[in-house]
Ligand binder design. Structure first.
Ligand code: NAD
Length: 441
């Protein structure tokens, strides 16, 4: 099948590469020429495990092409996937400009019947609008069907998620176009859920809102644990054993970030508001999440009289491990607040430094070595649970730091281990560990 994917970001690129791997002829189009040139050379502009080798393989085998040319990309495609960004406007509503731009471009270039399949996360009713838009602009003799196929991949495991996802949702107006999509995905042997278009759009928002709710709920329970002296890790293990609850997505921490949950929860709030429904539960979820990101600096001010002039190591910059994506990452809030308090910051991350540099420039220092970040530091704040951080020996904090004080926003270390070392260790929803501090330096 001839497939075109609009957008070479996290979703579009992974979709393009993986569909090519399934044997389809795939053209991926993006408006960023630098990105496309890099991809044509076989280099991925984003970090995603297992993506680059698969990209190179499919380029060499001649199933995958990258272009900025809409004529080449759209004229003869059988199916076009839309995977462009839908960021948020300042008021929290979804910005659909990129989606509508693509639709306009497709309308003027298609020369045969085509299925347009929306992977981008769009509010309920958007695909209906897309249909009206394309029908008013395309050549009248052409038939264009619109399908909603929301994406559920997770950054950091996107390739694995493509091949082994939990489900594929296909929202179509008719059985014929649903079947075309079903055939594309059929080799994956992943359960396929077929719905109407609006239900498919809603499934995506409801899924993200529910997962965000789990995280904020656990973070609220963690606050209670701190107050009563309980351990949130034991509590979540205990509740997760109940099959009605399940063990997933119950990790206390600095809340959710990334390019999806924050914007999708806000967009759903707006959709519900525009329908005259005040989604109070979701409003609280968002509020709790925003507050959670400030936890490290609030705690730091409790354990240190002032942060002014203090050297603080911030470990982990991406919004979660195994990605270089820093959109809505807790580290950004933490660094901003530390700078406001007059602290000097050294930031560590194995791969996301380049992106953070674009935000903070020379106002902070950067390193890809944990030792260098914590050297002579007055405080360490852990913001992402990278494996490198979880494996970093606890004894080295007291060895390298001026004062071994660690605020672990991701509960990277077991408390039994922490207790063996001379540390002041604050984590989320667990008792603070205070062992005699040694002034090494
Ligand atoms: P992204 O920002 O990484 O990539 C979007 C790409 O679209 C960019 O490369 C941009 O240049 C390109 N683009 C913009 N206008 C274009 C046009 N007219 N033609 C061709 N390309 C164009 O975004 P993403 O993270 O891949 O997300 C894409 C969509 O998928 C969003 O709606 C997002 O909510 C949704 N989604 C994302 C994830 C995720 O984990 N990132 C998961 C599920 C769903």
């Amino acid at each position: 099948m001839k497939i075109t994917v609009a957008g070479a970001g996290y979703v579009g690129l992974v979709t393009s590469v993986c569909l090519a791997e399934l044997g389809h002829e795939v053209i991926c189009i993006d408006i960023q020429s630098e990105k496309i040139e890099q991809l044509q050379e076989g280099y991925s502009p984003i970090y995603e495990p297992e993506l680059e080798p698969l990209l190179q393989k499919n380029l060499i085998e001649g199933r995958l092409y990258f272009t900025t040319n809409p004529r080449y990309a759209y004229t003869h495609a059988d199916v076009i996937f839309i995977a462009v960004g839908t960021p948020q406007h300042v008021d929290g509503t979804a910005n659909l400009d990129y989606v509508y731009d693509v639709i306009e471009t497709i309308a003027v270039h298609i020369e045969n019947d085509v299925i347009i399949c929306t992977k981008s996360t769009v509010p309920v009713g958007t695909n209906e609008k897309i249909k009206r838009m394309i029908d008013s602009k395309k050549l009248p003799q052409l038939r264009v069907e619109i399908v909603s196929n929301p994406e559920f991949l997770r950054e950091g495991s996107a390739v694995v998620d493509f091949f082994y996802g939990d489900r594929i949702v296909i929202g179509a107006e008719n059985e014929e176009s649903a079947r075309v999509l079903e055939n594309i995905y059929q080799p994956l042997k992943i359960p396929i859920i077929k719905t109407d278009v609006k239900s498919a759009e809603m499934i995506k928002y409801a899924s993200n809102a529910f997962l965000a709710t789990k995280i904020s709920f656990v973070n609220e329970i963690a606050r209670m644990c701190e107050k009563v002296g309980a351990n949130i890790d034991d509590v979540t293990y205990g509740i997760g054993k109940d099959q009605r609850i399940g063990p997933y997505f119950l990790k206390a921490g600095l809340g959710y970030g990334g390019s999806c949950f924050p914007k999708d929860t806000r967009a759903l709030m707006h959709t519900s508001g525009s329908l005259g429904h005040h989604f109070e539960l979701l409003e609280a979820v968002i509020k709790v999440n925003n507050r959670q990101k400030s936890f490290p600096v609030v705690k730091a001010k409790e354990i240190m009289p002032s942060l002014k002039g203090k050297k603080v190591a911030v470990l982990g910059l991406s919004f979660k491990p195994n990605t270089d994506d820093i959109r809505e990452a807790a580290s950004i809030t933490v660094i901003k607040e530390l700078l406001q308090e007059g602290a000097s910051v050294t930031a560590y991350d194995p791969i996301a430094i380049k992106n953070v540099k674009e935000l903070f420039g020379d106002s902070i220092d950067y390193t890809d070595e944990i030792q260098t970040a914590i050297y002579h530091a007055d405080l360490t704040i852990i913001t992402t649970e990278w494996e490198q951080i979880k494996q970093f020996p606890l004894n080295l904090y007291s060895e390298y730091m001026k004062e071994p004080k660690v605020i672990d926003g991701r509960n990277c270390y077991p408390l039994e281990e922490v207790q063996k070392y001379p540390l002041l260790y604050v984590s989320i929803g667990r008792p603070t560990v205070v062992k005699t501090l040694t002034n090494k330096l």
